[in-house]
Structure formats: structure tokens, C-alpha cells
Design a protein around this ligand. Sequence first.
Ligand code: 3HC
Length: 311
Amino acid sequence: EMTPEEAAFQDRIDADIKIEPKDWMPDEYRATLVRQIGQHAHSEIVGQLPEGNWITRAPTLERKAILLAKVQDEAGHGLYLYCAAETLGVSRDELTEDLLSGRMKYSSIFNYPTLNWADIGAVGWLVDGAAIMNQVPLQRTSYGPYSRAMIRICKEESFHQRQGYDIMMKMAQGTEAQKKMAQDALNRFWYPSLMMFGPSDKESVHSAQSMAWKIKIDSNDELRQRFVDQTVPQAEYLGLTVPDDKLKWNEERGHYDFSEPDWTEFFNVLKGKGPCNTERMNGRKRAWEDGAWVRDGLMAHAQKRAARKVA
Ligand code: 3HC
């Protein structure tokens, strides 16, 4: 049974009126937003590591400049999202502490290695492609600051996907060796990209409530299906083969039938047993420790300035 406040809140959600930081909201609504926005921000920050690995090894100056711009964008996306989370009363330092302690998650996809330049193409094409599929509907999420962050982020994401697909086109239409690398990258990134949409709807613990509060607009399986339907023709255009012999267009469904990812692998990666979990967390811990002197200096400077003002 809803209290009058909860009923009035749900009416606002149903009327698509944005919830703003100073509005009353159920504790659970606030908590699930901190969880989702915080983990989304962590994903942006950790996501810089696999790509950053190739900035110094990009094949041309132009590719290096593009990749540098993309990694910088991801850092900015992380900051927008940490700012959105701060409007819910949680600080960036607390969220960072929760990430580094393992209490909070980041997207499973970033626990897979980028072994060669074709992987940078596959990451842009598939990972940013999946991220866009997930983020476009999130522009309509019920919490104002999150919705506005998503609108801003989506503007930059399409460049990320296009530059990745451009790399894949170059390699798929290049030498035999390059085409093999592109196919190998697709083989390794296809199923982990499907996992980005989360567990199947029947396994999803948060979907029902998140959809009732219009935090989540489309279900995990709906977005995964939309991603497959859009991406298979793109793979065909490249002359590459999606590593799924069950993949087939289903006329009456109007969608592709496809094999689900290996959910045991998915839950193992979430438990920290993916190929790169330790490396990614150590990377973030090192960055946090190496940056301590900068944070301390800035705080000392701010305190001196504040003291001068008072005096
Ligand atoms: N990686 C890690 N954890 C995942 C996951 C994934 N791919 N998919 C689901 N989970 C976790 C959920 O966080 C939840 O665990 P928690 O309770 O500890 O948070 C659990 O698995 C159950 O999943 P649910 O489907 O019930 O959880 P949600 O309703 O939160 O749905 C989600 C999961 C679809 C990822 C949703 O949280 C979401 O839309 N988040 C915002 C988008 C996001 O985080 N995208 C990251 C992609 S990478 C990125 O954006 C960077 C880009 O620039 C490349």
C-alpha cells in the first residue's frame, strides 16, 4: 500500500514529470539511482584503460589523435555522471572508495583485454554501439540530472562508434592478415558486448522496479535484441561473420534469432574472475594513489585562499 507521498511521486513518474534533486523521493529510488549512475560513471572511467593502452601504439598520427579525443570524452562522461550522482547526496570520493573496495561495479566489458589495433575498432563499433543502444533511451530517464547527462553524452557517443567502425572497415577491406585480425576481434568481443545489456529479463533483479520508476526505459533483453538487429547487417557489410551459428533472421518475429551469451562467464566476471579484473582495479588504485599529492595540494591551496578571504 503506497503512502500519499509515494502515490504523488508515482503520479509524477507516470506523467513523465522529471524528478529533481530537491523533490521528495522514496529512499529506494534514491539508492538505486546512486547505484546505477555511480556504476555508469565507474564504467566510463575504467573504460579508458583498455583504449588508453593503444594511444601510444596507434598506427597513424590521425588515429592517435582520434583515440586520444575519445578517451578524453570518456573521462568527461564519467565526470558528468559523478556530478549527477552528487545531486543525490553521495560524494565522488565515496563513490571512488566504493569502486576501489569492490563494493560497486563497472561494466563487465572492460574486463576483457584489447590485444591488438583491430580490438580498438571492435570496441568502438560494438562496445560504444551497445552503450549507445543503452544510453539513448536513458535520455528519457525520470531523474532530471541523469537524463540531462545522458543527452549530453549521447551527442558524443555516435562519433565513438563511427570511428571504431571506420577502423573495422579499413582492416576488413585490407590485407588478408588485417581481415583475419578484424574477424578475430569480432569473435572475441561479440558475446561480451551482448553481456553489457545485463542478465536476461527473468534473471534481472532490478528491472521491474526500475521500469516502474522509469529509471530503466527498455528491458535488458529488448535492448540486446535491438543491438543484434542493428549490428548483424553492419558485420555483413564488413564481410565478417558473427560467431554464432544459431544466428538467423526470423521473418515472423521481425528480429534475428541468436545465441545468448554464456551467463556463467558473465556472473564470474561480475565476481571479479574476468581476464582483466585485477589489472583494471590495480590501474585505478595506482591512479588514485599517484593523484593524492595533487588533491592534497589543491585542498591546501583552497584552505589558504579561504583563510585569506576571512582575514
Ligand atoms: N557489468 C557489470 N554489472 C552488471 C552488468 C554488466 N554488464 N549488467 C548488469 N550488472 C549488474 C547490475 O549492476 C546488478 O548488480 P548490482 O545490484 O550490484 O548493481 C546486477 O548485475 C543485476 O542486473 P540488473 O539488470 O538487475 O541491474 P540493472 O537494472 O541496474 O541493469 C544495466 C543493468 C542495464 C547495466 C543498468 O544498470 C544500466 O542501464 N546502467 C547504465 C548504463 C551503463 O552502466 N552502461 C555501461 C556501459 S559502458 C559505458 O557506458 C561507457 C561507454 O562510453 C563505452
